[in-house]
Design a protein around this ligand. Structure first.
Ligand code: FAD
Length: 487
């Protein structure tokens, strides 16, 4: 019987899956493979990624076993391992989904060359985004570089295409004689270190069941959609103290849920909603469009992964201090909302989107540090790390990216806190030193008198920089780069 390999990467599911469906459609027996590649994460072989992978791969293996198959899991460089498995199984083809990012592209090119030398076919399919990267073009034929017109076309495309779930003929996974001689398990691929989880990370599941349960709870499947969180998303999405967003980013980043399924669930919810609820559904779908946008951007401008998207800012003369980076990372900057957010990411591996924007702006515009330091730090900590969304988010905040707002958009960490965490609930949750500070001073504890400060928050540091001063310095820094003679 003919054999093909399906190589799972950031698509840890067996349902609604264009790549697996294509492999099974060949009629060959499919060998499901995952390669634990310690070099794949830009942050390195880090506990957050290892933890997610360990949980996600066990869940994927269990899902495959329930279908009479199982996951072949190896550790190392896929450029050697995938051709080895082709030789061992006699596979005539390898199928996989394309993932944005320079590392993945280079790795895939190496695998493609090795497979060609073996006479095996290489099928790389697009199923990571809701709309494929090459589907949208401006009137002049170029890719979209500004979000608002992109989102308009993106919605028009989806209205015309009406995507549906990709059905996977799972029964065919049972044809598995080729798996008998391949004893590689998930546990073996992780070696003696095992899960080596970050003990501080909460117990979240990385499985399709967990993703679908979260999606159902968020979109109100089975209940009145007007009461579902998605219907209130517009009002609550910017409040980091409120559990008002979907928290599906982990699942979308690791593919335990397809982005298409998220979009279809939002459409379903909108149908049952009143006008207010529909506005919530629309706002949430716009976030899915941001995800596609950043993935498409990296496709069209791969250089942005390593450098400023706006090339005039590629050589900004950063003036910041290493000690300030350490204070930022430790959540000890003296700006409560920044510190709360940085402690949230350290403790949970996740950070609210508003908080991500605030800490990113602070690192770049207040501490005058290179956004790439923050991008790497996030890559090392986030359980939902995604190369394109992380790069896009950092470059947007740093004003080096696609944001059409000029460089002078600088978040004031105090007024951001007052606006989006008015009572200070988010700050008090993550910064216990400020638990007794009243709401009037929670975002600017330095304004308390000496006596009150010593009584209420003696252990909380004063601000490490003065926002007004740093704002002027940031403006000068960007201005210098804009007016520098072109090399
Ligand atoms: C500096 C910075 C770094 C970021 N790094 C990442 C990252 O590594 N991985 C990641 O998935 N998101 C990243 N984001 C985007 C966003 O913060 C998260 O997707 C969101 O907070 C995840 O929470 P949620 O699932 O509850 O989102 P929801 O508000 O429920 O949104 C639904 C989904 O839409 C997508 N989405 C939402 N906002 C954005 C956005 N601004 N850009 C791209 N996609 C978005 C996500 O897949 C998300 O799960 C970053 C944003 C910034 C400002």
């Amino acid at each position: 019987m003919q054999t093909v390999i399906y190589w799972f990467r950031r698509d840890l599911r067996i349902e609604d899956h264009a790549g697996l469906a294509a492999a099974l459609a060949t009629g060959a027996q499919v060998v499901p493979v995952y390669v634990v590649d310690p070099a794949a994460n830009p942050g390195g072989d880090v506990p957050a990624t290892r933890t997610v992978m360990w949980r996600g791969l066990h869940a994927l293996d269990a899902a495959l076993q329930a279908q009479g198959s199982r996951l072949i899991c190896r550790r190392g460089d896929p450029a050697g391992i995938i051709p080895d498995l082709v030789r061992a199984t006699g596979a005539g083809a390898v199928f996989a989904l394309r993932k944005q990012g320079a590392y993945f592209a280079a790795r895939d090119a190496q695998v493609a060359t090795a497979l060609a030398a073996l006479g095996a076919q290489w099928h790389l399919l697009d199923d990571d985004t809701i709309v494929p990267a090459d589907a949208l073009r401006t009137k002049t034929g170029g890719p979209y570089t500004v979000f608002t017109p992109f989102a308009k076309q993106w919605l028009a495309y989806l209205r015309a295409q009406e995507p549906g779930e990709v059905l996977v003929p799972l029964a065919r996974l049972r044809l598995v004689p080729a798996l008998r001689d391949l004893p590689s398990t998930v546990a073996a691929a992780f070696g003696a270190a095992g899960e080596a989880a970050d003990a501080r990370l909460p117990a979240f599941a990385v499985s399709t069941e967990a993703a679908q349960a979260r999606l159902a709870a968020f979109t109100g499947q089975g209940d009145d959609p007007n009461q579902a969180p998605i219907a209130r998303y517009q009002q609550q999405r910017d409040l980091p103290a409120v559990d008002g967003t979907s928290r599906l980013s982990l699942h979308l980043a690791w593919g335990t849920l397809s982005a298409r399924a998220a979009y279809l669930a939002a459409l379903g919810a909108a149908r049952g909603c009143n006008d207010d609820g529909r506005a919530g559904c629309r706002a949430w779908v716009t976030e899915l469009a941001w995800r596609d946008f950043y993935h498409h951007i990296l496709d069209h401008a791969p250089y942005a992964e390593r450098s400023a998207y706006q090339t005039q800012y590629a050589t900004l003369a950063w003036e910041g201090e290493a000690a300030h980076f350490a204070a930022w990372a430790a959540g000890r900057t003296g700006y409560p909302i920044v510190d709360a957010a940085m402690r949230q990411i350290s403790t949970t591996g996740w950070m609210h989107n508003r908080a991500r924007m605030i800490v990113a702006s602070f690192l770049v515009k207040d501490l005058l540090l290179n956004w790439q330091l923050g991008e790497t730090y996030f890559a090392q900590r986030l359980i939902d790390h995604d190369v394109a969304s992380n790069n896009g988010g950092w470059q947007w905040s740093a004003s080096t990216g696609t944001d059409p707002q000029p460089y002078f958009r600088i978040f004031n960490p105090t007024s951001q806190g007052e606006k989006f965490d008015a009572q200070g609930d988010y700050v008090r949750r993550w910064v216990p030193e400020l638990a007794r500070v009243p709401a009037r001073a929670i975002h600017a504890p330095w304004q308390l008198g000496n006596a009150e400060r010593s009584a209420l928050c003696p252990d909380y540091p004063p601000p490490i920089v003065d926002h007004a001063t740093q704002r002027q310095r940031a403006l000068a820094l960007f201005q210098a780069a804009r007016t520098a003679p072109k090399a």
